[in-house]
Design a protein around this ligand. Structure first.
Ligand SMILES: C[S@@+](CC[C@H](N)C(=O)[O-])C[C@H]1O[C@@H](n2cnc3c(N)ncnc32)[C@H](O)[C@@H]1O
Length: 224
């Protein structure tokens, strides 16, 4: 297990303020996010998804791709985000799916007010890398509660690189985060696998995808 170098994470209020201010520019990160997200789309069998929940849905980019290109026409979607700026962008982006897609504003709590085993996919992309270890534990407990048995936990997060260049990039990023977390949106590299190594989850797919020197871990685990 690689030890996360800092627990200096943004508070919920700081994260909300950051994404309210910067949310309209969030999609510029697609230059390094798109390749790992494509890998997740391939690995998580969204063709068979009927009920998806996404925590930290951002501007709804991932949801739109799933609903418009991959999931069956009856697939329902619930996105949750703490920023009113990005939640409004996501609602606008998903307006053609308003009969089956909903975006809710949250208070930053990891819980989603829905019944147990309500969903077959729980998605959270580039969110665990800005949460504390304690919040990540709560998020995973909630994901386990919300997923039906065999349902898939679908995660993407910043991680450490393996080549010299990628290691240098993730090292610089970690140091910036340690000194000034808001400069990198509160996100820092970590290893998702460390968090799902429990009898609650069976890892079905894991890969590290690098783009422009930035490495992302893609992980799909089935709820046991
Ligand atoms: C780095 S962005 C990623 C957005 C989107 N998932 C993507 O891949 O483009 C992180 C998102 O998580 C949201 N967020 C951060 N902490 C959260 C929390 N505790 N609960 C819900 N959303 C949260 C932020 O508002 C922001 O939209």
């Amino acid at each position: 297990m690689r030890i996360v170098t800092t627990e200096r994470v943004l508070t919920v209020d700081q994260a909300r303020a950051f994404y309210d201010r910067m949310g309209a520019w969030q999609d510029w990160q697609r230059f390094y996010e798109d390749p790992p997200l494509r890998r997740l789309l391939q690995a998580a069998k969204f063709q068979a998804a009927h009920s998806i929940v996404e925590l930290g849905c951002g501007t709804g980019r991932f949801a739109l791709q799933v609903l418009s290109e991959i999931a069956p026409a009856d697939c329902r979607y619930l996105g949750v985000d703490l920023s009113s700026t990005v939640a409004a962008l996501a609602r606008a982006r998903l307006c053609n799916y308003s009969d089956r897609a909903e975006v809710r504003l949250s208070d930053g709590n990891e819980t989603v007010g829905e019944p147990d085993r309500r969903f077959d996919r729980y998605v959270s992309n580039y969110v665990l890398d800005l949460l504390s270890c304690e919040s990540t534990g709560l998020l995973l407990s909630e994901a386990h509660r919300l997923l039906e048995p065999g349902g898939l936990l679908c995660l993407v997060s910043l991680t450490y690189g393996s080549s010299a260049f990628q290691k240098a990039v993730s090292g610089v990023w970690s140091r910036i985060h340690a000194a000034w977390p808001a400069l990198v949106g509160g996100c820092r590299p970590l290893e998702l696998l460390d968090f799902v190594s429990s009898p609650d989850w069976r890892v079905e797919f894991r890969d590290v995808v690098s783009s422009f020197g930035l490495s992302s871990e893609v992980l799909v685990a089935a709820r046991v």
